[in-house]
Structures are given as C-alpha cells and as structure tokens.
Design a binder for this molecule. Structure first.
Ligand SMILES: NCc1[nH]cc(CCC(=O)O)c1CC(=O)O
Length: 312
C-alpha cells in the first residue's frame, strides 16, 4: 500500500470538484493515506477565444496530465469521461469509471425556462456541435452562438445578457452547486448526450498495479459497461467531444440498450437508431450502431464536416 498518492487535475472549478471527490473517497477508504493534488493547465484551458471545434485535436483537456503521469509526477488523473479521447496513450489506462448519476443536458434560461418557450430567433449559447445540431433540428429558428469558458464563466455570460439561454451538462452544474439554475432537462428523445457525459474517468499508469488495485473500489460496473458501448460507438465514427454525434447506453432487460444520433450541423439531416443486446456485447453493439448510422447517411455528414478522414 502506497503512503501517498498525487492526483493530477486541471484547475477549473469543475475539475477541482472532481479531483476533490476522488481524493475524499480515497481518504475515507484508506485512513492515514496522504492524498495530494497537483493542478495543471491544458491546451483546452489556455485557448479561450476560439470555438472548441476549430481548435480540434484530441486530448485537448488531457494531454499535459498524461505526460506528467508518464513522467511519474502524478499517480493518477481525474477527468470527465466525456473529455477523454477513445485512445489512451501507451503506458496509461482508464483504470476506473465512477457511477454516473446525471447524463443529460440542461437548459439554463431564467426568463423563458424551456426551449419550447423561447421566442423566435432567441440567442442560445453552446460550444458543442452536438447540442447545436440537435437543438436546430427542433428549433431551426433559434440563433446558436458559441459559448466557451468554464461553467462559472458561461453562467456569468448568460447573466450579463449575452444569451437568452445556455445549454450545459446537468452533471457539471450539479457538481458546482448550480442545480437550482437548471430550468429544463432536455429529454433524451430530443437530445442525446455526449459519450460518457456525467461519468468520471480515472487514468493511471498501466503497470502501476498497486495504485490500480487501490482505485478498483471506485469502479461502477454498470456505468463502465455503458461507457464501453458509448466509447466503441465514438471509436467507429472517429471523433472527439466535438462532432455532432450523441450516444446513450442504459441497462435494459439484463443487457444493454444503446441509442445514438449523427446530425448535420444545421440539424436538417439526422440519423438516429438504437440497438439492444447482452452486457458482454456492449462494445460490439456500439460499433454495430455506429456502422449502421454511417451507412444510413451519417458518413456523408462527417465527411462534410471534414472530421472523418478514413473510415475504419
Ligand atoms: N466539455 C466541458 C465539460 N466536460 C465535462 C463537463 C460536464 C461534466 C460531465 O459531463 O461529466 C463539461 C461542461 C459541460 O459540457 O457543460
């Protein structure tokens, strides 16, 4: 048993909440263990003036932490699973995925409350192509405007009157104590979440058996299986957080059901479908669903967006 563990984290309030959460779980489980946090800045934190989709690049929020872990400067990193690229660098693994409580997307709109109630042409802030496409599909009249920055900054921009409504992950808002600002949770029938949205990924060195054993208790098996299906879907459509795809896996009849969408940026074309199967086939189901949506026409959308270079 290690006497001291160093957790690497980004320094946004949300990232710190997530690192603190894991640190507290570790201290409770292993009384006497010294748990330290090392705050780091990633490329995604530095570039705040460009839309995420334009900066591109995988691992925008993870790379610097991963390099530090490989060097031995930190023992583990806590990430939002949704920010994790499907490929983890050699020598590292996602060693545990924590229980997901909230997977959905929220509307924060003090004046009109719901998306339906927004007046014609209202200004809606989101930096996610996935949210943009799915919202335009039902409300093509709305003006979608890019919104960057951490959760606190985004809420401030709304309060300053730059937007009529903004869309954020339910999980992030609740973690930071802003659950009461949510005026609507978008139904999954309208808006499918990002891969892994709401779950935490704990990344460690692959060969660090001691740390990995110590972290094993944080793993939630159900969430892990669902995440496997969702990440397999993403792997096949080949994108990061910033492609207009949504996917959501849930336990169903002792197995798993996976539902996904690929949508054009204007929301006019949408390919959405679902598959159901055994727990053990979670990954295969994710791949299968991705291929089905690509074949149905999704592949043209991804080509248009220029994100899909090579179909695997
Ligand atoms: N891309 C930023 C990001 N990464 C994780 C979350 C929220 C927490 C989560 O989904 O687990 C957010 C903010 C948001 O999308 O509103």
């Amino acid at each position: 048993m290690r006497q001291k563990i160093v957790i690497g984290t980004r320094s946004s309030k949300l990232a710190l909440w997530q690192a603190d959460y894991v640190a507290d779980c570790l201290r409770k489980k292993y009384p006497g263990l010294i748990v330290e946090e090392k705050k780091m800045t990633t490329k995604g934190d530095k570039i705040l003036d460009a839309p995420l989709a334009k900066i591109g690049g995988k691992g925008l929020f993870t790379k610097e932490l991963e390099a530090e872990m490989l060097e031995g400067g930190i023992d583990l990193a806590v990430h939002s699973l949704k920010d994790m690229p499907t490929e983890v660098p050699d020598g590292l693994v996602i060693t545990a995925i924590t229980k997901r409580f909230d997977s959905g997307d929220a509307v924060v709109c003090p004046k009109y409350k719901t998306l339906d109630a927004l007046p014609q042409g209202a200004r809606v802030g989101t930096s996610s192509l996935r949210r943009r496409a799915q919202i335009l599909a039902v409300r093509p009249d709305l003006e979608l405007i890019d919104l960057r920055g951490n959760v606190n900054t985004r809420l401030k921009k709304l309060d300053d009157g730059e937007y009529d409504a903004i869309i954020l992950a339910v999980a992030g808002l609740k973690r930071l104590g802003f659950g009461d600002r949510i005026t609507e949770v978008l139904p999954k029938s309208m808006c499918l979440p990002a891969v892994g949205q709401g779950a935490l990924a704990i990344e460690a060195r692959e060969d660090d058996k001691e740390i990995r054993d110590m972290l094993a208790f944080l793993q939630d098996d159900e969430t892990t299986r669902c995440a496997a299906a969702e990440r397999a879907f993403l792997e096949t459509v080949e994108g990061g957080c910033q492609v207009p795809v949504g996917v959501y896996a849930v336990p169903s009849d002792g197995g798993v059901e996976v539902e996904a969408v690929i949508a054009s940026l204007d929301g006019k074309r949408r390919f959405r479908d679902k598959v159901k199967g055994e727990w053990n086939d979670a990954e295969a189901l994710g791949h299968q669903l991705a291929n089905r949506l690509l074949d149905a026409g999704g592949i043209e959308i991804l080509h248009e967006i220029g994100l899909l270079l090579d179909r695997k």
